[in-house]
Design a protein around this ligand. Sequence first.
Ligand SMILES: *[C@@H]1O[C@H](CO)[C@@H](O)[C@H](O)[C@H]1NC(C)=O
Ligand SMILES: *[C@@H]1O[C@H](CO)[C@@H](O)[C@H](O)[C@H]1NC(C)=O
Ligand SMILES: *[C@@H]1O[C@H](CO)[C@@H](O)[C@H](O)[C@H]1NC(C)=O
Length: 387
Amino acid sequence: MHSRQIHLPTEIVVEIISFAAADDARRQSTLHACCLVSRQWYSVAIPYLYEKPRVTAGTAFKSFTDTISPPIGARKNKIHLGSLVHRLDLSGLVYHSSNSLTARLLGRVKENLEVFLAPRVSFAINSLPALSKCTSLKHLDLSLVGEQIPFPNLKKALSNLSRLTTLRLPRTTTLTSHSDSAATTDWPPNLHRLQFSGHFRPLVISNFSWPRTLTSLTLKNCIDLSVSNLGSLMSNPQLATLKRFTISGSNRGLQPESINAIPVFLPELNSLSVPGDLVNDSFFDIVSHMHPPLPLEVLEFGFPSIDASVSFSTSSLTTAMEYGLANLRSVGFHEVFCTNKRILEDEEIDDLIYNRFAKANQPQSESLQNGIEKSDLSDPTIGVYYI
Ligand SMILES: *[C@@H]1O[C@H](CO)[C@@H](O)[C@H](O)[C@H]1NC(C)=O
Ligand SMILES: *[C@@H]1O[C@H](CO)[C@@H](O)[C@H](O)[C@H]1NC(C)=O
Ligand SMILES: *[C@@H]1O[C@H](CO)[C@@H](O)[C@H](O)[C@H]1NC(C)=O
């Protein structure tokens, strides 16, 4: 058999295998097959195979953990396979892992792990020591975690993750006055994006110590975002410089009043996304009266909290765009709002933004003579979009 093997230059094998790796749907099975071709193919394909393993089903997870973290006494692979893992998504697992197995797995992949999505169960306080050593982490998603993890312990475990830029907190997060001890622990020094979930007391949230580097905050699955709780949260002066703010429709307790208060508390926002059904004409009335115009460029009417329809009129939006929303470049609608009527009205909004943009960017004479076509506009970030 050996004599019939065709030996290709390694550069060619690399080329072939990077093609196989780019096919997301069949990536794993193709790369696995490539590993079986020859030693040469194995050594080229193996880093790709382990870079972002797909471990959704229970059997795939078991063979993955047995390979990465062999049971005691089993034959060990010469290559440290764990160090090849850059992205580990365990969000599809339910009862396939255990707390100790998740911790052991994190211990094996700690050197180069950049993205980690924690499983629903089997991530708990005893996973934290292993997590704290994953110092290459950039994106950490704990949003599915159902086990209560005391906030001070979690914050302490994350404090050394100097590359971490994005963090989604567990939906079970509870901030009580006992969380005060967390105030003395530093946040990861480069944390920019935070998704906040769970439960908090108004007195605790009003002087909660937010990451100093925070630019983007998302509230999702909060238990009680009543007007007064959200007001307490936004009144914290540390948030006054926030650039992006997202309130998901999956929070409980939301009222139109809460949405109406946002521009007053957070005047520096560049981008705002709120449940579309909670915005009423009063919101636009309030922002119309704000001087100078808000820096807000992106306004998104996201997944609804209750009703699948918007309750504001297009004219109040377009009027506000003459005043407080004069900087608006982009308006997003969740697709549940896309009725036929909406499409005509969105055309109106789109035209308004386009005309303003064209006026601001084209020399007068040219725009008058040639009448720039909308399709000529090279910037796709302006106008109405759907999500
Ligand atoms: C963070 O790193 C410092 C210095 O390397 C170390 O002394 C400290 O114990 C670490 N903290 C945690 C929570 O791992
Ligand atoms: C937090 O705010 C409350 C009142 O709003 C105050 O009594 C408390 O001292 C503050 N705590 C800190 C750590 O500033
Ligand atoms: C918008 O909602 C708030 C709170 O429910 C209400 O007080 C206000 O009257 C509404 N505005 C309009 C124009 O419907």
